[in-house]
Design a protein around this ligand. Structure first.
Ligand code: SAH
Ligand code: SF4
Ligand code: F3S
Length: 464
């Protein structure tokens, strides 16, 4: 039997359990899915929600639900600390509602030391699983309700890609789509390859048919997801390049906007630039993580490009697609980083003129090569360098932000503005936000908006 079929049978079993428990309580069971980390985790959470909904749970925002699941991230230590902090709160809820179930999954659970700590200090947790067996969630759910003990099921890796399980999307009009899983790059600071396993691409036909059915279901904007989308398809039995995949996605009727995350600069091809340039649907936004502007640090990071190569690439992209908005990720405080290296990073920020840059303080991840490097930078120096870089990032972004003022752009209306009544919030192709007067009925539609005023990091506008 196919794995998906097996899981659908477990969903039926879970349904009976949920019915039984609901009858006991005289009300429907509630669940709350809380996501930490990146877009890939957000997409995984939609799969968790899909299964919970199919099993009969009603999803709520509050964490004092009958079942709470944390889909965790471990890319930096503060993500881990937040989970531990909130587990304490969940324990309080569970004391009041002893039937409450607490589940943990995601990247953090792939670390043996985390599991050990939870077993010892958070024994009230009911279910733990990892990133490789998330497709077994229905089965694990059933096992959890049938057992008194904490269930821990962590796999070291998998080559399976299980298709066609239920998904509950957060937004009706836009969706992420995994095109690949895992990562093979082993940047020396990064834990992702250890917790997400080796790179595996989905078959193009599976991706396209998922997107076609999303389009039928009202989705107009999609984001293709992978740790390094530029190496998509290289290991398929019939290799397909990422640029080729994009061309085929573009042909799908109903899809009006295409985004993707993340592009590793070392693998960004001329073919991709060409396809973006001629595309009517691919958004004019490229997230191109720099990490550091110093060639010495880049080498120690195992990024496999130099400062000069990165600058040349950015220049080439800007020349071919002048209206593109570039964003990036930067790490400050990698082992061995001196003030001179930080100046190189600042130099790149100024030259590339990013629309936005996510700046992170280096976080030591046990098991990665960088964690064992000798010259770790002290906290005080990191903070000083970080503040300086952040200032440059903000000034650059502010200078760039106003450039569209007065122009008319397409915006996908995403939601009502929660601060001011009568205003709607839309997203431009370049990922910036615009607020403008409008009706709720516009949500999910793409409309023309004149950008009348720039408020720093967002625009005010009017529909035309
Ligand atoms: N695959 C993506 C990044 C995924 S992690 C890429 O290669 O660009 C998202 C970001 O977290 C990274 O770009 C990096 O800037 C940051 N990051 C990863 N590991 C980190 C660490 N140990 N300390 C601080 N930031 C880190
Ligand atoms: Fe981490 Fe590098 Fe892979 Fe991105 S490409 S997930 S930074 S190892
Ligand atoms: Fe975090 Fe895992 Fe994403 S570690 S950044 S949630 S792949």
């Amino acid at each position: 039997m196919k794995e998906a079929q097996i899981q659908y049978e477990y969903i039926e079993k879970a349904k009976k359990i949920v019915e039984r428990e609901s009858a006991k309580k005289g009300r429907k069971l509630t669940c709350c899915v809380n996501t930490f980390g990146c877009q890939m985790n957000a997409r995984d959470s939609e799969k968790l929600s899909g299964i919970l909904k199919a099993a009969g749970f009603v999803e709520v925002e509050e964490e004092n639900a009958d079942l709470v699941i944390y889909n965790t991230c471990t890319v930096r230590d503060n993500a881990n600390q937040r989970v531990y902090g909130r587990l304490g709160v969940l324990n309080g809820y569970k004391r009041k509602n002893p039937d409450m179930k607490i589940c943990l999954c995601g990247c953090m659970m792939q670390e043996a030391s985390v599991i050990e700590k939870i077993r010892k200090s958070y024994s009230f947790v009911d279910l733990i699983f990892g990133t490789h067996n998330i497709f077994k969630f229905a089965e694990l759910l059933v096992r959890m309700y049938e057992s008194e003990d904490m269930i821990v099921d962590i796999w070291q890796d998998t080559d399976q890609i299980v298709e066609e399980l239920p998904v509950e999307r957060k937004y009706p009009f836009k969706s992420g789509i995994n095109i690949m899983f895992g990562c093979n790059n082993f940047c020396s600071y990064c834990i992702v390859p250890y917790v997400r396993g080796r790179e595996r691409s989905r078959e193009p036909e599976e991706i396209l048919s998922e997107i076609r059915s999303l389009a039928k279901d009202g989705v107009v904007e999609i984001m293709l997801l992978g740790q390094n989308v530029n190496s998509y398809g290289k290991n398929l039995s019939e290799p397909v390049s990422f640029a080729e995949l994009l061309k085929r996605v573009e042909e799908i009727e109903g899809i009006e906007r295409i985004r993707f995350m993340t592009s590793h600069p070392k693998d960004l091809s001329d073919e991709l630039i060409r396809v973006m340039k001629h595309s009517k649907k691919i958004c004019r936004h490229l997230h191109l993580p720099l990490q550091s502007g110093s060639t010495k640090i880049l080498e120690a990071m195992n990024r496999r490009y130099t400062k000069e190569q990165y600058l040349a690439l950015a220049e080439k992209i800007r020349k071919e697609i002048p209206d593109i908005s570039l964003t990036t990720d930067i790490i400050i405080g990698f082992p061995g980083e001196t003030y001179e290296d930080v100046c190189d990073t600042i130099d790149v920020i100024k030259k590339v003129e990013y629309d936005n840059a996510f700046t992170f303080q280096y976080s030591k991840r046990t098991g990665t090569p960088a964690a064992a490097m000798e010259d770790q930078v002290d906290k005080e120096t990191v903070t000083r360098h970080f503040d300086e870089v952040l200032k440059v990032v903000q000034d650059t972004a502010k200078n760039r932000a106003g450039r569209l003022k007065g122009e008319i752009h397409q915006a996908l209306v995403e939601e009502e503005n929660d601060k001011e009544q009568g205003l709607m919030t839309g997203r431009l192709g370049n990922n910036m936000i615009v607020h403008f007067p409008g009706e709720k009925e516009l949500i999910g539609k793409i409309v023309s908006v004149r950008l009348t005023e720039c408020m720093g990091f967002y625009y005010l506008g009017e529909m035309i």
